[in-house]
Design a protein. Sequence first.
Length: 118
Amino acid sequence: QVQLVESGGGLVQAGGSLRLSCEAPRRTFSIAKMAWFSQAPGKERAFVASIRWSGGKTYYADSVKGRFTISRDNAENTVYLQMDSLKPEDTALYYCALSTDALRYNYWGQGTQVTVSS
Protein backbone atom coordinates (compact mmCIF):
# COMPACT_ATOMS: atom_id res chain seq x y z
CA GLN A 1 0.00 0.00 0.00
CA VAL A 2 1.43 3.35 -1.06
CA GLN A 3 0.77 6.13 1.42
CA LEU A 4 0.99 9.77 0.40
CA VAL A 5 1.61 12.07 3.36
CA GLU A 6 0.03 15.52 3.12
CA SER A 7 0.65 18.51 5.36
CA GLY A 8 0.21 22.28 5.45
CA GLY A 9 -3.54 22.76 5.69
CA GLY A 10 -5.12 25.09 8.20
CA LEU A 11 -7.28 28.12 8.84
CA VAL A 12 -6.45 31.38 7.10
CA GLN A 13 -8.20 34.66 6.41
CA ALA A 14 -9.30 35.63 2.92
CA GLY A 15 -6.35 37.03 0.99
CA GLY A 16 -3.88 34.92 2.93
CA SER A 17 -1.59 32.11 1.85
CA LEU A 18 -0.94 28.47 2.63
CA ARG A 19 1.55 25.94 1.31
CA LEU A 20 0.55 22.30 1.05
CA SER A 21 3.09 19.49 0.83
CA CYS A 22 2.71 15.87 -0.21
CA GLU A 23 5.48 13.31 0.08
CA ALA A 24 5.42 10.02 -1.79
CA PRO A 25 7.41 7.03 -0.51
CA ARG A 26 10.54 5.99 -2.36
CA ARG A 27 9.53 2.89 -4.30
CA THR A 28 10.57 1.07 -7.42
CA PHE A 29 7.73 2.54 -9.49
CA SER A 30 8.28 5.74 -11.40
CA ILE A 31 6.10 8.82 -11.00
CA ALA A 32 4.53 10.17 -14.19
CA LYS A 33 2.68 13.05 -12.58
CA MET A 34 1.25 14.27 -9.30
CA ALA A 35 -1.75 16.45 -8.66
CA TRP A 36 -3.95 18.18 -6.13
CA PHE A 37 -7.70 17.82 -5.98
CA SER A 38 -10.19 19.52 -3.69
CA GLN A 39 -13.53 18.49 -2.28
CA ALA A 40 -15.83 21.03 -0.67
CA PRO A 41 -18.72 19.89 1.55
CA GLY A 42 -21.54 18.50 -0.55
CA LYS A 43 -19.55 18.73 -3.79
CA GLU A 44 -17.69 16.35 -6.06
CA ARG A 45 -13.91 16.06 -5.90
CA ALA A 46 -12.44 18.58 -8.35
CA PHE A 47 -9.12 18.93 -10.12
CA VAL A 48 -6.94 21.80 -8.87
CA ALA A 49 -3.49 21.40 -10.42
CA SER A 50 -1.05 18.79 -11.73
CA ILE A 51 2.61 18.58 -12.64
CA ARG A 52 4.50 16.21 -14.91
CA TRP A 53 7.38 14.61 -13.02
CA SER A 54 9.66 14.74 -16.06
CA GLY A 55 9.86 18.20 -17.51
CA GLY A 56 7.65 19.84 -14.90
CA LYS A 57 4.78 20.89 -17.18
CA THR A 58 1.91 22.21 -15.09
CA TYR A 59 -1.86 22.37 -15.48
CA TYR A 60 -4.37 24.36 -13.45
CA ALA A 61 -8.10 24.64 -13.00
CA ASP A 62 -9.37 27.99 -14.25
CA SER A 63 -10.54 28.90 -10.76
CA VAL A 64 -6.99 28.87 -9.35
CA LYS A 65 -4.91 30.16 -12.26
CA GLY A 66 -2.74 33.07 -11.17
CA ARG A 67 -3.29 32.31 -7.47
CA PHE A 68 -1.98 28.76 -6.94
CA THR A 69 1.38 27.33 -7.96
CA ILE A 70 2.23 23.64 -8.09
CA SER A 71 5.88 22.58 -7.91
CA ARG A 72 7.90 19.45 -7.19
CA ASP A 73 11.12 18.24 -5.66
CA ASN A 74 12.10 15.14 -7.59
CA ALA A 75 14.85 14.17 -5.17
CA GLU A 76 12.44 14.22 -2.22
CA ASN A 77 9.45 12.75 -4.11
CA THR A 78 7.47 15.74 -2.88
CA VAL A 79 4.90 17.94 -4.55
CA TYR A 80 3.85 21.35 -3.24
CA LEU A 81 0.86 23.62 -3.72
CA GLN A 82 1.47 27.29 -2.95
CA MET A 83 -1.93 28.88 -2.42
CA ASP A 84 -2.03 32.69 -2.51
CA SER A 85 -4.89 35.20 -2.49
CA LEU A 86 -7.11 32.59 -0.89
CA LYS A 87 -10.87 33.01 -1.07
CA PRO A 88 -13.62 31.56 1.14
CA GLU A 89 -14.71 29.42 -1.82
CA ASP A 90 -11.30 27.68 -1.72
CA THR A 91 -12.39 26.05 1.55
CA ALA A 92 -12.20 22.30 1.03
CA LEU A 93 -10.39 19.09 1.83
CA TYR A 94 -7.34 18.97 -0.43
CA TYR A 95 -6.06 15.62 -1.67
CA CYS A 96 -2.74 14.73 -3.19
CA ALA A 97 -2.72 12.13 -5.99
CA LEU A 98 -0.01 10.22 -7.82
CA SER A 99 -0.03 8.69 -11.29
CA THR A 100 2.47 6.09 -12.47
CA ASP A 101 1.28 5.99 -16.09
CA ALA A 102 -0.13 9.50 -16.73
CA LEU A 103 -3.49 7.92 -17.53
CA ARG A 104 -5.06 7.59 -14.09
CA TYR A 105 -4.26 8.43 -10.51
CA ASN A 106 -3.23 5.24 -8.76
CA TYR A 107 -2.66 6.54 -5.23
CA TRP A 108 -4.30 9.16 -3.04
CA GLY A 109 -3.53 10.88 0.23
CA GLN A 110 -5.87 11.16 3.20
CA GLY A 111 -6.54 14.85 2.59
CA THR A 112 -5.66 18.04 4.44
CA GLN A 113 -8.28 20.62 5.40
CA VAL A 114 -8.04 24.20 4.13
CA THR A 115 -10.47 26.69 5.63
CA VAL A 116 -10.58 30.30 4.45
CA SER A 117 -12.55 32.74 6.57
CA SER A 118 -14.10 35.91 5.17
